[in-house]
Design a protein around this ligand. Structure first.
Ligand SMILES: Cc1cc2nc3c(=O)[nH]c(=O)nc-3n(C[C@H](O)[C@H](O)[C@H](O)COP(=O)(O)OP(=O)(O)OC[C@H]3O[C@@H](n4cnc5c(N)ncnc54)[C@H](O)[C@@H]3O)c2cc1C
Ligand code: FES
Ligand code: FES
Length: 1245
């Protein structure tokens, strides 16, 4: 083997040569830190979010073709890139050169908010367009399936994508040959085309055309290298790991013989996360490169053989081709495999992961292995000693030594048999989310009948997700051979399978009863599917299927994405250049899309910078007995470990009313509390050392995890607050009906895409210190840092350029971490950076807490037009009533309700639900002081303006709105106004950016500053009314008039007395209504969001594009809160869900296929900023329209099954809860564990 001198690949057309490559380095940190290409973002590090998407291109000298695929840079070891060309967001366009049409369109279609996910989105679309310049909508949506966005709700991203499709104005679904948008959308009344009503937020005419000739070419040097260079094994040696890349089969076998324990890394999507999350370490890695014998497909008369090195995407493509070319009866296994491949992970993972890696990993939730196992597939193995074939059966899956690969063996290919005439194969899966989520349970099923008959000759059933690996129900199948395919067989099969495939109550992953139910539900689906085909094929005795049952095996209703937006156009009487009311793009939109927008961790390394990593508590309630730092301190690169001892006297800070400790060293009261902080020369060293800190705990009682336990132990945080309205007891005595119950709403992880990040830089003079941090609350950061360092606030400056999403999660915990980081920086006189990994972030920050509500109501209490809130604040609910009415009209509620009922009466196993909810969302901060805001506006002598204010840009577009305000006030084009960021240096003593009020309050302060300037300059302007701002600024300067002004808003009047239960705590209310329709699968618990109509009263929108973005983004987060997102904790209080692979936020598949949003015409003028309303949060609540629609559908199912009692469903309404509520013979059939007889895997918190 030759020791390669260097690693050579290209990045954005530039050659990269690495002489001392460390095989442990992944492409993402290499791009960000080494090449300073920070456009590619870190969101999770485990392949689950798509923020790090790049394009990898390779040249294949055999077929003389260049291939491009999207991949997750966080899972690509750089050693695997030899000879590849990497394209990052910086490589496709920039504001300095030329922006790429994808970048332009995603920005101009308002597809960016915080912008943190945007480079990944752009790269996914870009790569697709490189392969398919005119893609279909399905291809686009599929390409984005592995990219998460927490802000936008995806609709604007889809809109941007659609502009690349062949017929972009069309919905892409030409049912009956007519574009769906031309049909008057599902009874949706057409919007009147009145002048004032707008239906578009962007204009396609101005878009740059997509010109494939403008793209970066594949580096000719790499082609020549691939053609000419002798194929030699490359070896890269690092400090701890050696990377061997054989390029021929012989060399591969040789390497595997020499290092039998070394994994064969192909896509690294299994080995990579294992090393990162489970601490598995491999001193040697073998990674074959371009070995033809692993990358082929051969379809013969009876079988298809697929090379183990093919990526899952290649497998998808090959199966598609094979299915087209073979008669239907031969393709049943391929169809089942293909169906699973479309939902397996996201496209980036499918591009990277190999078939061999997938099979050999034998993950318990593998989607392909259950199918391959029932299909009698054979694995072709090879080693230096020779060839061997092993069946892919239960023994192989269980890793029985007799049936497994030998350590020196390589899987070369997989042989899959064509199905036969009377053979049927199906795959089933149910996951927490429809796409890009590991299955809770999946299954492969195959049956073979004798010619023309319905007698079972062969039967194979296997399941994933129900044991440590794929489980085969062999015995059950054997017992069913010879039986006819009928209901009695089904009944016996269910009982046998439940007997054989058992799950203990404490099984890892929890959801045990759900899993048991799925085991039989899938079997039933298979039974119906096969019965249906048998009936078609005509065996004499096969049972017919009632029409109502057919819905059991049909896919959930899925339409192509379609959306309409309606808002009132700007007043034509206005000044034509006035931007207020215009759908102006987020001013950072293009920079988000080019990767030029700088987030905290994108800031370049400061000279001698250190990295800080936290050690967190692993117990929920315990005394810390001892902390041993010695081993950690002895590791190379470790500079210090900050403990409570160092912070003596400054280790607590008053947050709200209670003082909170920064570091814990005596007692911990939850898992994830900060115990100490390791400071080292590099991130890797700090993290490695943090793992070596040994903390000994002694558990304490009680362990309180749930609200119910807290109530039981009388453990409360705050003083009790009570609101009473009228005489409740008397009222209940006289009413006919009382509805009483309780509802539990689970907690929610904020899941901002940018994890907590900070960089603290001591200035080295006068004890000044700069804190660059991703926070919503700079003043608080300044205060806590000043207190910890015992400095006056004027020495500590906090700067925030932008935040990659926050949603309330970047305030207090951020401050604590910033204070400790600042302490370390100050102590060592060196800059210190701290950036949390996703898992740490989820563990430390805690998220939104759960709720438990008990209620007792006596009537339907919709507000009347003039009414009072329970705390006696007068409200005018006219707009609420209008929203409700418009929503009912727009959604054609009555017509659709009837259609839903008809559907439900015709379908037993699928049900639809429809629900409308009204919204009254109070906006205000509870006190005048909490609402004060300030701004600073400078006019320079060239007529340009710099504005700054106290609000934080976290995606909501507040800076864009502020520039719109200055533009209106000073009548100055927006292009002459700039905003650099937020800092305690320019605007002191700011309030938190939150509560939907950031633009409201700061806008009034900005307006105030502008008006002060105008007043001051009025004499100058009136002397020269035709002049420009340059003329006026110069004249003012010449007359010694200040061109700088502060602006101030003292806060909305607000009061609330908890003693009397009366007050006026809110300035105004946002009103709205939403109607959602869903379809559920009663057998699996899956649901599909079919359509949502939303009407919102936003006052006079300052920027309808941003406001609609806020509404739909919040709505989608609400859909997540109420239906998908579920935190899991162990009985010891350890959070299991610590990343996108376990915790599911809505993905593109969760977007309603039809979405209609309408803003109420402005009607009430108020004393808010230009009569606008703050919209950040309100839409979240409307997400519960989906919850209630599911509730409605479940109710329909239950009523049909004779269950008429009240239905209590808690939030989130996940597939598990939906399935278990649709009680039927299968839910009754499963074994139930007695509570208390086992320790469950998780506790519902
Ligand atoms: C974010 C994410 C989402 C996912 N979602 C899903 C999902 O929805 N459904 C699902 O089923 N799976 C899912 N997976 C798992 C994924 O399918 C597997 O990780 C993947 O198929 C493994 O392939 P690989 O080439 O990356 O394997 P690698 O990580 O490269 O290797 C895995 C193992 O296979 C061995 N191996 C590889 N090739 C050979 C060979 N030719 N001969 C001998 N041994 C070999 C290696 O030694 C190693 O032990 C997901 C993974 C990620 C990261
Ligand atoms: S950071 Fe790579 S997928 Fe999330
Ligand atoms: S814009 Fe997508 S995560 Fe913020």
């Amino acid at each position: 083997m030759d020791r390669a001198a260097e690693l050579l690949f290209y990045v954005n057309g530039r050659k990269v040569i690495e002489k001392n490559v460390d095989p442990e380095t992944m492409l993402l940190p290499y791009l960000r830190k080494k090449l300073r290409l920070t456009g590619t973002k870190y969101g999770c590090g485990t392949g689950g979010c798509g923020a790090c998407t790049v394009m990898i291109s390779r040249y294949n000298p055999t077929i003389k073709r260049i291939s491009h695929h999207a991949a997750n840079a966080c899972l690509i070891p750089i050693c695997s890139l030899y000879g590849a060309a990497v394209t990052t967001i910086e490589g496709i366009g920039s504001t300095k050169a030329r922006i790429h049409p994808v970048q332009e369109r995603i920005a101009k279609c308002h597809g960016t908010q915080c912008g943190f996910c945007t480079p990944g989105m752009v790269m996914s679309i870009y790569t697709l367009l490189r392969n398919h310049p005119e893609p279909s909508l399905e291809q686009l949506i599929d390409a984005l399936g592995g990219n998460l966005c927490r802000c936008t709700g995806y609709r604007p991203i889809i809109d941007a994508c659609k502009t690349f499709c062949k017929t972009s104005g069309c919905c892409q679904s030409r049912e009956n040959g007519v574009c769906y948008l031309d049909q008057g959308i599902n009874e949706l009344p057409e919007f009147e085309e009145v002048n004032k009503i707008s239906l578009k937020l962007f204009s396609e005419e101005e878009f740059l055309p997509l010109d494939p000739t403008q793209e970066l070419i594949f580096p000719p040097e790499l082609m020549i290298m691939a053609e000419k260079q002798p194929q030699r094994t490359r070896i890269f040696g690092g400090d701890r790991m050696t990377w061997i890349s054989p390029t021929t089969l012989t060399a591969l076998l040789e390497a595997k013989f020499k290092y039998p324990q070394a994994p064969v890394v192909m896509g690294n999507t299994s080995v990579g996360p294992e090393m990162k999350l489970k601490g598995v370490f491999h001193p040697v890695i073998i990674s074959p490169d371009g070995i033809e014998e692993l990358n082929f497909a051969n379809c013969s008369h009876n079988e298809l053989t697929l090379g183990a090195g093919l990526s899952l995407t290649q497998v998808q493509y090959i199966l598609g081709e094979v299915i087209q070319n073979l008669p239907e009866e031969k393709t049943r296994m391929y169809c089942a495999l293909l169906k699973h491949l479309t939902t397996l992970a996201g496209s980036q993972i499918r591009n990277m992961a190999s078939l061999g890696g997938h099979i050999v990993s034998r993950h318990l939730d593998s989607d392909l292995n259950p199918l391959l196992a029932v299909g009698n597939c054979t694995l072709n193995l090879l080693s230096k000693k020779g060839k061997r074939q092993v069946p892919l059966n239960e023994e192989f899956l269980r890793r029985c030594p007799s049936a497994d690969l030998k350590p020196e063996e390589i899987l070369i290919s997989v042989k899959i048999l064509h199905s036969r005439k009377w053979e049927f194969v199906s795959g089933f899966r149910q996951a927490q989310r429809q796409q890009n989520a590991l299955a809770v349970v999946n299954s492969g099923m195959r049956v073979f009948f004798g010619e023309g008959g319905d007698i079972i000759r062969e039967l194979s059933i296997s399941y994933g997700g129900v044991g440590p690996t794929t489980v085969c129900a062999k015995n059950s199948c054997r017992k069913l051979i010879g039986r006819p395919w009928n209901e009695e067989m089904l009944d016996a099969a269910c009982r046998l399978v439940l007997d054989e495939v058992t799950l203990p109550g404490s099984a890892p992953g929890g959801r045990v009863e759900f899993k048991r139910t799925l085991i039989v539900s899938f079997l039933f689906k298979f039974y119906l599917e096969v019965s249906q085909i048998l009936k078609r094929m005509g065996p004499v005795r096969s049972p017919g299927l009632a029409d109502k049952c057919k819905s059991a095996f049909e896919d959930l209703h899925s339409r192509h994405h379609c959306s309409t937006l309606k808002y009132e156009n700007v007043d034509s009487k206005k000044h034509p250049q006035d931007p207020i009311g215009q759908p102006i793009m987020h001013l950072s939109g293009i920079k988000h899309a080019t990767g030029e927008a700088i987030y905290c961790d994108d800031m370049p390394t400061v000279d001698r910078e250190l990295f800080l990593s936290f050690v967190t508590s692993s117990r929920a309630h315990a005394k810390i007995v001892s902390i041993d730092l010695s081993e950690a301190l002895s590791l190379p690169g470790v500079v210090d470990i900050v403990t409570e001892e160092h912070l003596r006297g400054v280790n607590s800070f008053c947050i709200l009313t209670e003082p909170e400790k920064l570091l814990r060293t005596e007692e911990v009261s939850c898992v994830g509390q900060l115990v100490c902080a390791v400071i080292a020369e590099s991130e890797v060293q700090a993290k490695q050392a943090a793992k070596r800190v040994k903390v000994v705990y002694q558990d304490l009682q009680p362990l309180i995890l749930t609200i119910e336990e807290a109530i039981q132990h009388n453990s409360f945080f705050e003083t009790e607050r009570k609101l009473e309205y009228g005489n409740v007891d008397e009222a209940f005595k006289v009413v006919d009906h009382i509805l009483e119950g309780e509802i539990h709403i689970g907690g929610q992880e904020h899941f901002y895409m940018e994890t907590q990040s900070m960089l603290v830089v001591p200035k080295g003079e006068d004890q000044e210190i700069d804190v660059y941090v991703s926070t919503q609350f700079p003043k608080y950061i300044q205060d806590i840092v000043a207190s910890t360092l015992k400095l006056p606030a004027n020495k500590v400056m906090c700067h925030v350029k932008r935040v990659g999403g926050a949603f309330g999660g970047k305030t207090y915990k951020t401050g604590i971490m910033a204070a400790i980081t600042a302490f370390a920086a100050n102590k060592h006189g060196r800059a210190v950076r701290c950036v949390l990994e996703r898992g740490e972030d989820m563990l430390i920050t805690g998220g939104r807490h759960p709720y438990l509500g008990k209620y007792k109501v006596r009537m339907i209490n919709m507000y009347k037009e003039i009414d009072q809130t329970p705390y006696k604040q007068e409200i005018n609910a006219k707009n609420l009533i209008q929203c409700w009415k418009e929503c009912m009209d727009m959604s054609s509620y009555s017509l659709r309700k009837a259609a839903v009922e008809k559907f439900n009466s015709e379908n037993y196993w699928k049900k639809k639900g429809l629900a409308v909810v009204p919204l009254k969302f109070p906006v205000g901060l509870g006190s005048v002081a909490a609402g004060q805001a300030a701004a600073l506006v400078h006019i320079y002598l060239d007529g340009s303006v710099l504005v700054t204010h106290g609000g934080i840009e976290m995606g909501q577009g507040v800076h864009t709105k502020m520039i719109q305000v200055v533009s209106r006030e000073l009548r100055l084009p927006m292009s002459s106004i700039h905003l650099r960021g937020t800092s305690t240096e320019t605007v002191p003593n700011t309030n938190i950016s939150g509560g939907s009020t950031v633009a409201d309050l700061n806008g009034l302060a900005v307006k105030d500053a502008c008006q002060t300037l105008l007043k001051r300059l009025e004499p100058i302007i009136s002397k020269n009314p035709q002049g420009t701002w340059k003329d006026w600024a110069q004249a003012a300067f010449d007359e010694s008039i200040s061109l700088s002004a502060t602006g101030y808003f003292r806060g909305y009047e607000s009061n609330m007395s908890w003693e009397t239960g009366e007050g006026h705590p809110f300035e105004y209310f946002v009103y709205g209504a939403a109607c959602s329709e869903v379809e559920i699968d009663c057998l699996t618990g899956a649901h599909k969001n079919i359509r949502t109509d939303m009407v919102m009263d936003v006052g006079c929108s300052i920027n309808p594009a941003l406001d609609i973005g806020q509404i739909e983004g919040a709505f989608t987060q609400g859909v997540g809160l109420y239906t998908v997102e579920e935190l899991h904790y162990s009985p010891q209080g350890v959070l299991y869900t610590r990343g996108p692979n376990q915790y599911k936020i809505p993905a593109i598949c969760d977007m309603p296929t039809e979405l209609h949003i309408s803003l109420l015409p402005p009607s009430q003028s108020s004393n808010t900023l230009y009569s606008s309303k703050g919209l950040g949060e309100s839409g979240i609540f409307l997400g519960c329209s989906v919850f209630f629609a599911i509730h409605d559908a479940v109710n329909a199912a239950r009523q049909e099954r004779g269950l008429f009692g009240p239905l209590k469903l808690n939030s989130p309404l996940t597939p598990e809860k939906i399935r278990m509520a649709c009680e039927d013979k299968f839910t009754k059939m499963i074994p139930k564990d007695k509570p208390g007889s086992y320790v469950p895997w998780n506790v519902p918190i």
